[in-house]
Each structure stands twice: as C-alpha cells, then as structure tokens.
Design a protein around this ligand. Structure first.
Ligand SMILES: NC(=O)c1ccc[n+]([C@@H]2O[C@H](COP(=O)([O-])OP(=O)(O)OC[C@H]3O[C@@H](n4cnc5c(N)ncnc54)[C@H](OP(=O)(O)O)[C@@H]3O)[C@@H](O)[C@H]2O)c1
Length: 328
C-alpha cells in the first residue's frame, strides 16, 4: 500500500510523558479486516488506565479504544462494508493512530446526518449510558438516581438520557462551572462534592429516603460512601475508577445497609457482542439524531496533543466529551 502510518506506543507504564509515537508501513488488511483512515479519535478515561497500568496490558501497547474515519481498503471476506464508507468503533485498542487495520465485525456505519466528529465524541460514552440506564437498570419516571462526575463525558450524556426517561437526577461535580453545565443538561440537583458532604445532601434532596440507583465512575473516593445514599434494595453501579479502584466490599455490609445490589459492569460485556453493538449504537445515534441528547464536545485537541489531553482529563480540567482530530 505504501502508506506510512503514525501510531502511539507505550513501552512503560506511567504519566502522559510515556505516550510515544512510532511510524511504520501499513500492511494490507486480512481475514475479515478493513483499513480505516481515521478522521477523529475519542478520548476516554479508560485510555489513562491503560497508559498508567491501572488496567495492565502487555507492553509495549497501543492506546485508544474509539475512533471514526473512512474505509480505504478491505480484505476479500468483507461484504457488509465498502471502500469509502464512513465508520466508527469502540473497544478496539489502537485508535491513537492515523490509520489502522481492524476487524469489520467491530464497525458500525455512521448515519448520514451524523458527522465523524460527533460519532467519535459519542459512541463509547453514549453506549455506556445506554446500557447503564436502559439495560443494566431500566430507568423510568419513578426513579431517583445519584450520578457522580455528572459534567464529564459520560456524565453529561447520562443527564440528558436520564431526563428523557423521566428520572429525577442528583449529580455531583468538581466545580461550580461544571455544576451549571450539568443543570443545563437536565440535572435536577448538583452537589459540589469537593466541598459538600454528598451523602448528607442526597438525604436532604430525597427527604431521607435515598435514591434507587447510584452510578459511580469515580470509584475509590465515593463508592463506599455512596452505599449510604441508597434506599433499601437500591442498586450500586460502580462503573469506573477516575479517583482509583473501589476498595473491596464485604457482602454483609450490603445486607446491613438494606439488601443492596452491587455491580461492576463493563462495556466489554454489554456492548461488544455484534447484536449488542448494533442495538446500542443504533439507540445512541437515534437519540442524537432526534435531539433527545446533545453533545458537549471539547474539540480543542489534535491527535498530536494527546499527551496534553490525557493530562487535562486526569487533572479534572475537561468538561463533556473530548475528541482529537487526526491532524497528521
Ligand atoms: N464500565 C464501563 O463500561 C465504562 C465505560 C465508559 C466509561 N467508564 C468510566 O466512566 C467514567 C467517566 O469516563 P469519561 O471518559 O466520561 O471521563 P470524565 O467523566 O470526562 O472524566 C472523569 C471525571 O471524574 C471526576 N473525578 C473525580 N475524582 C477524580 C480524580 N481523583 N481524578 C480525576 N478525575 C476525577 C472528574 O470530574 P469532577 O471534577 O466533576 O469531579 C473528572 O472530570 C470513568 O471512570 C470511566 O472509566 C466506564
């Protein structure tokens, strides 16, 4: 093919300075693969866990789980995609690159009304919200939820989706600016959890009843305390670790606090079987196309700025979804 591609490589775990670039000749796609030229790459918190080693991967490793772009080549086995199709994918390591070969079974076509940039900004985070609120727990208008880090990428999409389903939403956020944006996106009450005791505030907002579900992507700093925000038979969903891993939980504590349910779900389990991928991505694209959810995109980063983007995400400086343009 003769295309020189650029790709991120991490040889040793650590901070954003461990993100290195390498160049090599792109090979022909084989065995059900296509070649994509990326237009945009979605940045997700999981990328920082892969870089730091919180989620250990064999080294050296590629980085990045989400991207969008155009198919520029395909192997003979691929019949459901054509060269020129605009496509996106999630949960396929290696999106921090100008081009890549990838199994066609991991791809979805981007609908005409949705741009590549929107697709890379929404797919992984939107599919996460879809399974959290429509499958893991079927939210309806009788439910009150607590959603942590509600002004983040997943958080702002969750606010709007939960509102659409009629739930009452209590969110937490790290700054006043984030709280204002969360309210604009449908959050009923926002707790500034770096200054306020979120357990007491949840009790206040629910007249001591507690919430039906806690969605916690923060982990270490909030997950155990969050059990005290639940009603009896409530559900604790720890779906991430932006502050570090959730400590182990004794099942007897769940009994003592009201026969609580505790789950630690992943998009890998809810969204990568082909039927789940299609169902979930269709729901996300439909919600976006019908203006049931809007995207808050921070698009101030190019792919070449990826180390800075990691730094800003981990320092809690970013709001909403981050996409990086392939500027190489
Ligand atoms: N299990 C799954 O299927 C799945 C899928 C996708 C994402 N996730 C998880 O969902 C969470 C959100 O992902 P995202 O990509 O949308 O990220 P994000 O929410 O945009 O960024 C993480 C946010 O976490 C909050 N935070 C609290 N303590 C923090 C700390 N010590 N260091 C850094 N941030 C801290 C910050 O918001 P405040 O300043 O407002 O506190 C920060 O902005 C992550 O935990 C991610 O791993 C899980």
């Amino acid at each position: 093919m003769g295309n020189l591609i650029k790709e991120v490589e991490v040889k040793t775990n650590g901070g954003p300075e461990k993100i290195l670039w390498k160049e090599y000749e792109l090979t022909k796609p084989k065995n059900g693969q296509v070649t994509i030229e990326h237009t945009f790459i979605g940045l997700n918190f999981i990328d920082t866990y892969h870089r730091s080693g919180l989620y250990p991967l064999p080294l050296p490793t590629k980085l990045g789980m989400e991207g969008s772009g155009t198919i520029i080549d395909k192997s003979s086995e691929v019949s459901n995609f054509e060269i020129g199709d605009r496509v996106a994918y999630v949960m396929a390591l290696g999106s921090y690159s100008t081009h890549r070969n990838i199994e066609a079974s991991k791809l979805v076509k981007i609908p005409e009304q949705i741009s590549d940039k929107q697709a890379a900004a929404i797919l992984l985070k939107g599919m996460t919200v879809e399974y959290l609120v429509e499958r893991l727990f079927k939210i309806n208008s009788s439910h009150t939820v607590l959603f942590h880090a509600v002004a983040g990428g997943v958080g702002l999409l969750a606010c709007q989706w939960l509102k659409h389903l009629g739930a009452k939403i209590i969110g937490t956020a790290g700054s006043k600016e984030k709280a204002i944006l969360a309210k604009k996106n449908g959050c009923d009450e926002v707790i500034l959890y770096r200054e306020e005791n979120f357990v007491e505030k949840v009790k206040y907002f629910t007249a001591d009843e507690g919430v039906d579900v806690v969605y916690d992507g923060v982990g270490k700093d909030t997950a155990i305390l969050g059990l005290d925000c639940l009603k009896p038979l409530g559900t604790m969903v720890v779906f991430g670790n932006s502050s570090g891993n959730c400590p182990p939980i004794d099942p007897n504590v769940l009994a003592a606090k009201g026969s609580l349910f505790f789950t630690r779900p992943t998009l890998m389990n809810y969204g990568t079987k082909r039927e789940d991928l299609l169902h979930s991505s269709d729901r996300v694209f439909e919600m976006l196309s019908n203006n049931k959810i809007n995207l808050n995109i921070d698009s101030s980063y190019n792919l070449s700025d990826v180390a800075k983007a990691h730094n800003d995400l981990q320092l809690r400086k970013t709001i909403g979804s981050i996409v990086m343009k392939n500027n190489y």
